[in-house]
Write a protein that binds this ligand. Structure first.
Ligand SMILES: Nc1ncnc2c1ncn2[C@@H]1O[C@H](COP(=O)(O)OP(=O)(O)OP(=O)(O)O)[C@@H](O)[C@H]1O
Length: 244
């Protein structure tokens, strides 16, 4: 049986100033899965997700999201995106921030109110919506950013390093949120360079120097090369296993 993909990337290449940043990437994201993109800083993860969202154009290859060729404004409005840096209004309360972004998504009245309430419950911020964002901790700001990305009830949620600088307890809570969303049918792409976080994804694409060097379930990636850790597996697929 052929499972229709939510995201289909074919032979994608991208250069900046004559430097090849992404090289012939093929990638599928299936309904209700968490796909991790693991790679060191500068590997090309952010560039890849910007191409998928439609924020940048590829030099070669094609990207389809929900069966439409990207970039496509209508599809862009069905994607929830959280960038690496929080884009929040510090002087406003969390509720005012959510209200502002909900209006941008065209939500109004009772529907707007309900979406704000239900997404705040998901990220466990309901009790703190009246506080100004300037009084939020780093972890709370990250959760508020996730909450904003969820306001339009996206079919596809893309998170660029969502748990950087977040302590292990909060990180666990955030992953519980991702799993809840996945159970509700949302597909999630999450970039990371944290190995233990990579193991929580359903499938993992390893990116190095703009190339997708391996993609499979975390357990297959490790067992196929007899690696004990994800780091060992990454070194193996990157052809670095015997280097010091
Ligand atoms: N607009 C741009 N113009 C020129 N070079 C760029 C541009 N955007 C990205 N790059 C370069 O592309 C390479 C990949 O960057 P990218 O941000 O995609 O990596 P990354 O894997 O997401 O890294 P990090 O984990 O640090 O966020 C880097 O060398 C970066 O300097």
């Amino acid at each position: 049986m052929i499972v229709p993909s939510i995201v289909s990337v074919k032979n994608l290449s991208k250069s900046f100033e004559k430097k090849r940043i992404l090289n012939a990437i093929d990638l599928q994201v299936y309904p209700g899965e968490i796909l991790g993109l693991l790679g060191p800083s500068g590997a090309g993860k952010t560039t890849l997700i910007k191409e998928i969202i439609g924020l940048d154009l590829p030099d070669n290859g094609s990207i389809h999201v929900l069966d439409e060729k990207m970039p496509n404004l209508n599809i862009m409005s069905k994607i929830g995106y959280m960038a690496q840096a929080d884009a929040l209004y510090q002087d406003l309360t969390a509720r005012e921030n959510l209200d502002f972004f909900a209006r941008l998504y065209g939500l109004k009245g009772i529907e707007k109110k309900n979406r704000i309430e239900s997404t705040a419950i998901l990220v466990e911020l309901s009790e703190h919506l009246s506080k100004p964002v300037s009084q939020y901790s780093g972890g709370m700001k990250r959760r508020l950013s996730i909450c904003i990305a969820l306001l339009n009830n996206p079919k596809l949620l893309i998170l660029d390093e969502p748990t950087v600088g977040i302590d292990p307890i909060l990180r666990k809570a955030i992953w519980q949120t991702f799993n809840k969303l996945k159970e509700n049918g949302t597909s999630i792409i999450v970039t990371t360079h944290v190995m233990d976080e990579a193991e929580k994804c359903d499938r993992l694409g390893m990116i190095r120097n703009g190339q997708l060097i391996a993609i499979d379930t975390p357990s297959n990636l490790m067992s196929n090369c007899n690696a004990q850790t994800m780091e060992e597996a990454f070194l193996y697929y990157g052809g670095l296993a015997n280097e010091n």
